[in-house]
Design a binder for this molecule. Structure first.
Ligand SMILES: Nc1ncnc2c1ncn2[C@@H]1O[C@H](COP(=O)(O)OP(=O)(O)OP(=O)(O)O)[C@@H](O)[C@H]1O
Length: 252
């Protein structure tokens, strides 16, 4: 087991956004998380990645209790996330957006700028090379010098994925990778996720495009009103009455 959210509750005032939610993922798992608006998916992501502290429960990653760790500390352990609305620096180029996402850069500490300029240059060259490799893999090489604000919606999603890949993650929490993306790029993003998964990267994917998600993942959790209401293969889960009812009274 690589990742587990155990018995997570999240209370906002009198409102219980997460009600004893548990999910588990094995190594290199590829799992979906679906549910109607307001079900609690984003809140669960926020708790899993450390952006919110749950009212109860534990988050375990690679056998370690990470419940009290910051998002950055979790990222250093290999737990990465993307956001529903991409958070790239729009005025920076694609390359620079990837470069600044690399963790632990020597040049961040002023003392190193004076004492270790050679090391900084070497590290920078390595990071640029890694960023170029990732841009190639994501089919962003053509636009690598463009300001990222000029990218299409789908390219921004790819860049967001690229920024997480700079962390060498073992597990990526992907928040709506297909939202606002044209169908051709949906296919391309799915392919890249599949390839990364084949190389051992695990994914938990929140997505409203149930067709594209069903084609991608092996297993799905369904949330409704703060609870997990179903778990299984996409076909199993989408056939269940409770799931169909949760979605607009039966129209999935
Ligand atoms: N910081 C907060 N303060 C108060 N209520 C919150 C907060 N964050 C989320 N909620 C509430 O918790 C519930 C779950 O929200 P959440 O965003 O997790 O749902 P979701 O499943 O991700 O929905 P969507 O698919 O629309 O993104 C909602 O009713 C939301 O209003």
């Amino acid at each position: 087991m690589t990742f587990a959210a155990n018995d997570i509750s999240m209370r906002f005032g009198g409102f219980l956004a997460l009600d004893h939610v548990s999910i588990e993922m094995g190594e290199s798992d590829l799992v979906g998380l679906i549910g109607p608006n307001g079900a609690g998916k984003s809140t669960l992501f926020a708790v899993a990645s450390g952006f919110e502290t749950a009212s109860g429960g534990r988050v375990v990653f690679k056998g370690q209790d990470v419940t009290a760790l910051s998002p950055a500390a979790r990222a250093r352990l290999g737990l990465g996330r993307t956001f529903q609305v991409p958070r790239e620096f729009t005025h920076l180029s694609v390359l620079d957006n990837l470069v600044v996402a690399a963790p632990g850069q020597l040049g961040e500490r002023l003392v190193n700028v004076f004492l270790r300029p050679g090391d900084i240059a070497r590290q920078r060259a390595e990071i640029v090379e890694k960023a170029e490799g990732i841009a190639d893999f994501l089919n962003l090489a053509r636009v690598i010098d463009q300001p990222s604000g000029k990218l299409s919606g789908g390219q921004k999603k790819l860049l967001e994925l690229g920024r997480v890949l700079m962390l060498d993650p073992a597990l990526i929490l992907l928040d709506e990778p297909f939202a606002g993306v044209n169908p051709v790029l949906v296919g391309e993003i799915s392919e890249r996720i599949g390839e990364l998964n084949g190389r051992g990267v695990g994914f938990l994917v929140v997505e409203h495009n149930l067709q594209a998600l069903s084609d991608l993942v092996r297993r799905m959790y369904v949330m409704d009103r703060g609870r997990i209401i179903a778990e299984g293969t996409p076909d199993e889960v989408l056939a269940r009455d409770a799931v169909r009812e949760a979605y607009m009274g039966g129209v999935v």
